[in-house]
Design a protein around this ligand. Structure first.
Ligand code: FAD
Ligand code: NAD
Length: 402
C-alpha cells in the first residue's frame, strides 16, 4: 500500500508549524508531506505593520522556507491555490492539480471591506510583504512629491488609517516613529504631517482593558496621532475618506484600511460550510463533514466554549492549532484517539512604535512601556526559536527593545 500523502496549503504560522511538527512526528516511510505556498518564503505577518511604515526592512520579515523546512523530507511547491475539491480529495493550483489523503488548510486572511464604497479600490492594506512594501514606498513617495512642490500640499502629508483594532493601532504607532524621520530626510517641518486614526467604536481597541486603552491612546496622542472615535468611514475615494453622520470629507495622500479581516476567499469558493466567511471547525480542528481536512488559523472559527464566541484570529492560536493538527494527523495514520483543541491564552501585547508597547500576559498581568516592548520581542523570538532554532533567532530575532 502506498504511504499517505499530507498536503499543507499556506506557509503561514499554521502551515509552517504543522509541517515542522509532522516532520518531527512521522518518518519518511509513514507519510509523504507536501507544502504549497504562493512564494518560496514564509513571512512574519505580525511584523507587517513595521514593513508598511518602513521601520524594518521587508527582508527582515521574510524567511526562506527551505532554510527551516528540510526539502529532502518535505516537497515544497511554490504555487497559488485556486480551489479545493474536498469531495474529490484534490486541490487546483495555478499550475496543475494535486491530490491528497490528508489536507491542512492554512491560507490565512485577506482584508474585509464590508461593502464600503471605494474601499477595495482606493485604500491600501497590510496583507502581505508585497502589499506592505508598497505602502512603505507610497508613504515615502508622498514626502518626495511634497518636497518637489507637487499638488495639494497638506493633503500629501495626511495619513488616514481606518480602524483602531490591533493592526491599526500598531501601524499608527510605527507611523508616529517613522514620519519624524522622513521629515528630517526631506527637510519638512515635523508639524506639517497629520496621522489620523478613524474608528467606528467609541474607543480604540474595542473590548480591550480600559486602563491599557487609555495608556495606549495617550502614548500615541503625545506622539502626534489624532483620533476620530465613534466615527464610521462611509466611503473611500481616490484621495479622501468620507466619515461620520455629517459626511465629513478628509483629504489624504495615504489611506490605509485596517478595519477588519476575513478568511482567504478560496475557502468560500471551495464549497465548505461557512459561518461569517470561515469554517466553524470541530473540536479536533477538522472541517465538518470531512474527516481528512483540517482548517487552521485565520480560515477557521474555533469556539471558546466559555463565552460561546469564536477566539479572535491570531498567530498565537494558529501556532497552537498546528500542534494539535499534526498530532491528530499522526493519530489518523498510526491509529489512536484524536485530541481536542484547547486554547491556552498567554496574553496579548501590542506594540505602539519605538520603545512603546502595552498588553497583558498570562493571568492578566498588565505591562506598559519598555517592559511590554521587551515581552513583545520575547514572544516574536520564541516563535523564531520554535520554527528554526537558535540559528534563526540569531539571524532574524529582535534583541533591542526598539
Ligand atoms: P498567515 O500567517 O496569513 O499565512 C498564510 C500563508 O498562506 C501566507 O504565507 C500566504 O502567502 C499563503 N497564501 C495565501 N493565499 C494563498 C494561495 N491562494 N495559494 C498559496 N499560498 C497562499 N497575531 C498575534 O498573535 N500577535 C501579534 O502580535 C499579531 N500582530 C499582527 C500584526 C499585523 C500587522 C497583522 C496583519 C496581524 C497580526 N496578528 C497577530 C494576527 C496574525 O498575524 C494572524 O492571525 C496569523 O498570521 C494567521 O496565521 P495563518 O497561518 O492563518 O495565516
Ligand atoms: P479588527 O477586526 O480587530 O479591528 C478592526 C477595527 O476597525 C475595529 O475596531 C472596528 O470597529 C473598526 N472598523 C470597522 N469598520 C469601520 C468603519 N467603517 N469605520 C471605522 N472603523 C471601522 O481587525 P485587525 O486590527 O486587523 O485585527 C485582526 C486580527 O489580528 C485580530 O484578531 C487581532 O487580535 C489580531 N492582531 C493581533 C495583534 C497583536 O496581538 N498584537 C496585532 C494585530 C492584529
Amino acid at each position: 500500500m502506498s504511504k499517505p500523502k499530507i498536503v499543507v496549503l499556506g506557509a503561514g504560522y499554521a502551515g509552517m508549524m504543522t509541517t515542522k511538527r509532522l516532520m518531527q512526528q512521522l518518518s519518511t516511510e509513514e507519510a509523504e508531506i507536501v507544502l504549497v505556498n504562493k512564494h518560496n518564503y514564509h513571512y512574519q505577518t505580525t511584523w507587517l505593520h513595521e514593513v508598511a511604515a518602513g521601520t524594518i526592512d521587508p527582508n527582515r520579515s521574510r524567511i526562506m522556507i527551505s532554510d527551516v523546512i528540510n526539502s529532502n523530507r518535505v516537497s515544497i511547491v511554490e504555487d497559488t491555490v485556486e480551489k479545493i475539491f474536498p469531495d474529490q480529495k484534490k486541490v487546483q493550483l495555478k499550475n496543475g492539480d494535486i491530490d491528497y489523503d490528508y489536507l491542512v488548510v492554512g491560507l490565512g486572511f485577506e482584508k474585509a471591506t464590508f461593502g464600503i464604497p471605494g474601499m477595495a479600490e482606493h485604500a491600501l492594506s497590510i496583507q502581505s510583504v508585497d502589499k506592505s512594501r508598497y505602502i512603505r514606498n507610497h508613504i515615502e513617495h508622498q514626502f518626495a512629491r511634497y518636497h518637489d512642490g507637487e499638488g495639494d500640499k497638506d493633503e500629501l502629508l495626511t495619513f488616514v488609517v481606518g480602524g483602531s483594532g490591533f493592526t491599526g493601532i500598531e501601524f499608527v504607532g510605527e507611523l508616529a516613529e517613522k514620519i519624524p524621520q522622513l521629515c528630517k530626510k526631506y527637510d519638512i517641518d515635523p508639524n506639517k504631517p497629520r496621522i489620523i486614526n478613524v474608528e467606528a467604536a467609541p474607543t480604540i481597541l474595542p473590548g480591550f482593558d480600559e486602563e491599557l486603552i487609555n495608556y495606549g491612546k495617550k502614548s500615541l496622542e503625545e506622539r502626534g496621532v489624532e483620533f476620530k472615535l465613534g466615527t464610521m468611514i462611509k466611503e473611500c475615494k481616490e484621495n479622501a475618506v468620507v466619515v461620520g453622520e455629517d459626511h465629513e470629507e478628509i483629504k489624504a495622500g495615504t489611506i490605509v484600511w485596517t478595519g477588519g479581516v476575513q478568511a482567504n476567499a478560496v475557502i468560500g469558493e471551495s464549497g465548505f460550510e461557512l459561518t461569517k466567511g470561515k469554517v466553524n471547525v470541530n473540536s479536533d480542528l477538522r472541517a465538518p463533514g470531512y474527516e481528512d481536512v483540517f482548517i487552521l488559523g485565520d480560515c477557521a472559527w474555533v469556539m471558546n466554549k466559555e463565552t460561546g464566541r469564536p477566539y479572535p484570529p491570531t498567530a498565537q492560536i494558529a501556532i497552537q492549532e498546528a500542534d494539535i493538527c499534526a498530532a491528530n494527523i499522526s493519530a489518523l495514520i498510526r491509529g489512536g484517539a484524536l485530541k481536542e483543541f484547547v486554547f491556552d491564552n498567554k496574553g496579548t501585547v501590542a506594540s505602539l512604535g519605538g520603545r512603546h508597547a502595552m498588553g497583558t500576559i498570562f493571568d492578566g498581568k498588565k505591562l506598559y512601556g519598555l517592559s511590554a516592548k521587551v515581552m513583545k520581542n520575547v514572544i516574536d523570538d520564541r516563535y523564531l526559536f520554535l520554527l528554526g532554532g537558535p540559528g534563526l533567532v540569531l539571524k532574524k530575532g529582535k534583541f533591542k527593545p526598539f
